[in-house]
Design a binder for this molecule. Structure first.
Ligand SMILES: [Zn+2]
Ligand SMILES: [Zn+2]
Length: 322
C-alpha cells in the first residue's frame, strides 16, 4: 500500500515537474536550481493533497459534529490564509534557502572535527532499516522532540509571546494549526529539518513524516466533538485532547515567572503528557483563547488580520526582551 502510494506520488511529481515546472524554471534562466525545483514540486503536491483531505474528510466532521457554532467567519478566513502560506510551499521555499546553507556549513565543520552524523535506521540491521519500521521510529523521535519544543514555547516567556498568537484563536477550526507567528514557524521548522539531517532521515520519508503529522494536527484543531474512546485517546492525540490545551485558564497557563502549568502539550502521542505529568483526559469542550483576551482580564488585542497579528507578535516579543 505504502509502495503503491509512493510510486503514484513519484509519477505525479515527475509529470508536474516535466510539463509545468521545468520549462518555467528553465525559461526564467534558473537552470542551476532545477534540482531544488523538483523538491519544491514534491512539497507543493503534498500541500495540495493535505488541503484536499482536509476539505473532504475533516471539513465533513466539522459540519456533522461541531464542538461550537461558527460565529466569526473572518477569523477562520485568516487561518485559511495561514494554512495556504504554510502548506503550499511559499514558507517551505524560504525555509529551504535559509536552512540549506546553514546545514552545509555545519556539516562541513562537523566533518572537519571528525564527527559523523548518526544514521538511526542502521541501529538494528534487518529491523530498523525496514521502511515502515524506520518510519515509525522517526515518527516517535520527532514527536518526542515536538513535545519538548512545545513545552519550551510555553516555558520561555519570550517564546510564549510568539506562540500566544496560535492560542489567541477563539474560533478554532482545522485551519488553526498553521496560525503561528512566522518567526515561530521558522524556529520550529528549522529545528525539524536539522533533526532530520542529524539522524539521517531520507528525503522521501521526511516528506511523508511531515505530511502525516500535519494532517493529524489539522484534525486535532478541528471544530468537532470527536474523541477516540477511553483507550485510543491515550494512543493518539484527538480533537478533544488538543482543544483542552487551547482551553482558557486551563490548557496553557504559566504563572508569569515562566513556570509551567497547563495540559496536553503532545503533538501526536499523548504518552509524553502521561509520562511527564501534563495529561488531562477530561471530557470537556471549553471556549478557546488566551486569558488576557477576556474583557475582565484586560482585553488584550492579538490582531484581526494577518499583518496585525504578525506585527503585534513582534511588539510583544521586543517588549519582553528589552
Ligand atoms: Zn501551545
Ligand atoms: Zn494548537
Amino acid at each position: 500500500m505504502m509502495d503503491w502510494f509512493s510510486d503514484l506520488f513519484s509519477q505525479c511529481q515527475a509529470w508536474v515537474y516535466e510539463t509545468l515546472v521545468q520549462p518555467v524554471v528553465f525559461g526564467l534562466g534558473y537552470g542551476n536550481l532545477l534540482e531544488d525545483a523538483f523538491d519544491a514540486t514534491g512539497w507543493l503536491l503534498v500541500g495540495l493533497l493535505q488541503i484536499t483531505v482536509m476539505l473532504v474528510f475533516i471539513g465533513a466532521l466539522e459540519r456533522l459534529y461541531p464542538a461550537e457554532p461558527v460565529t466569526d467567519r473572518r477569523a477562520v478566513r485568516v487561518d485559511i490564509l495561514y494554512t495556504l502560506i504554510h502548506r503550499l510551499g511559499l514558507f517551505r521555499l524560504a525555509l529551504f534557502f535559509a536552512i540549506d546553507p546553514l546545514w552545509d556549513a555545519l556539516s562541513g565543520e562537523m566533518r572537519l572535527a571528525g564527527i559523523e552524523t548518526f544514521q538511526l535506521d542502521a541501529l538494528w540491521p534487518g529491523v530498523t532499516d525496514v521502511a515502515w519500521v524506520s518510519f515509525l521510529v522517526y515518527l516517535v523521535v520527532f514527536d518526542f522532540a515536538n513535545y519538548w519544543l512545545h513545552r519550551a514555547q510555553h516555558g520561555f516567556e519570550w517564546w510564549w509571546q510568539l506562540h500566544a498568537l496560535h492560542h489567541s484563536q477563539r474560533q478554532m477550526t482545522m485551519w488553526s494549526d498553521s496560525r503561528n507567528h512566522l518567526l515561530d514557524d521558522l524556529i520550529i521548522d528549522s529545528a525539524f529539518v536539522l533533526l532530520a539531517r542529524l539522524i539521517g532521515v531520507p528525503p522521501g520519508q521526511f516528506i511523508a513524516l511531515v505530511a502525516v503529522s500535519q494532517l493529524l494536527e489539522n484534525l486535532q484543531h478541528a471544530n468537532t466533538k470527536l474523541w477516540f474512546g477511553a483507550v485510543l485517546e491515550r494512543v493518539l492525540v484527538s480533537p478533544r485532547f488538543h482543544r483542552l490545551h487551547h482551553s482558557i485558564g486551563f490548557g496553557h497557563e504559566t504563572d508569569g515567572r515562566g513556570t509551567l502549568g497547563g495540559h496536553n502539550f503532545a503533538v501526536l502521542f499523548p504518552v509524553w503528557d502521561v509520562l511527564f505529568g501534563t495529561a488531562s483526559f477530561e471530557l470537556r469542550w471549553d471556549p478557546t483563547g488566551v486569558r488576557d483576551q477576556l474583557i475582565e482580564e484586560g482585553g488584550r488585542d492579538y490582531g484581526r488580520g494577518f499583518w496585525a497579528q504578525q506585527w503585534l507578535g513582534l511588539k510583544r516579543l521586543v517588549r519582553r526582551t528589552s
